[in-house]
Design a protein around this ligand. Sequence first.
Ligand code: ZN
Length: 420
Amino acid sequence: MQATEITTRAGAVIGRCLKLASFSEDLESTRRTFLSPPVRSCHTELARWMEPLGVQVGIDAAGNFRGVYPGQQPNAPRLLIGSHLDTVPNAGAYDGILGVVLAVALLEELRGRRLPFGVEVVGFSEEEGVRFGTPFIGSRALVGRLDRELLDLCDARGISVRKAIAEFGLNPGEIPQAELPDNTLGYLEFHIEQGPVLEHLNLPLAAVHTIAGQSRLEFLFLGLANHAGTTPMHLRSDALAGAAEWIGAVERVAKEDPGLVATVGKIEAKPGATNVIAGEARLTLDVRHSSDEIRSRAVVDLTRQAKEIAARRGLSVRESIALDQRAVAMDPFLTGQIEQAIVKAACKSHRMVSGAGHDAMILAEKVPSAMIFLQTPSGISHHPAETVAHDDVEKAIACGLHLLDQLASSPEFLKRTNRA
Ligand SMILES: [Zn+2]
């Protein structure tokens, strides 16, 4: 970052993201998992920025940072703006964090002006699923889904979610109090795209209309391990060759449907020796689309093709489903408002699907939720090279301010609450 940029509001946002990235469990890189010690430094820093704005800050029993900027009336309904504060190992400085820091910047830009609704900045304690292997622990508390099963999950050192909460000085018994109040108007999340689409289109911002559904499966091709030198080609049952043919089919099927993505990200062949035909090949399949129907159809088609390939090659195949998660639509009203705000910020409006899961998908269970993506240079994320452009951050702030103004003058928005 250039020294001159620090003096701009976008430069300040970027500087704050870099500052929060310095609070890490690792010495040389950023790693901040659920309620690890550096999370406390993050909370302290956020409070330091927000308290001068008249924001009442607190940490809920799930470890989420909550800062309430009051509305014009004492019991004004509330709009939540935020994202997550935890990171993957060897993380960049912007995934999640930027959404929280931008929310703070928007409150600063209000310069003491009160809106007809309060604004609650939320920094979720856990989104990535690194420590306990299960994501969204923070946001699930807000929708009443941080249940006993989740609290009993243990990390690699045998510490449960419940114990981690207690060790951080919080009371797991108070988790129900973390739930969204009835007068919540909605949830907004700024997030980096974490993909190459906006850069490819040369656009700084986009409104997310849907968070894609996901299917995750495991396929096991079984053949016969045998000598690589003495077994002629026509007398083999090569599980890995069958799996390879099927991987080609996965790529073909995905390319036939616009928006469909399908990935074999992991393969394990056994026994795994240069001079032995593989008797076993275990593969993962990840399929995503904004339409659950298209996604399911692809999974059925690929399962059928795996069986056909296996039968033709004298192999057997078994599949098991690890995840079948439905697509989540963002709130059409808020998404439309975001598009208008993007145009007012002098950008071309664009709607897109999020291929990755986000906290907004959990909040959408209870309140109207929406997302704004910022272009991710080179599409790089979950890596220290992750970055954002100064001008795009400036446009995001402008978009956010227009959006707050639009919502403040919208009777349709103000009459909404999560029980409406
Ligand atoms: Zn994220």
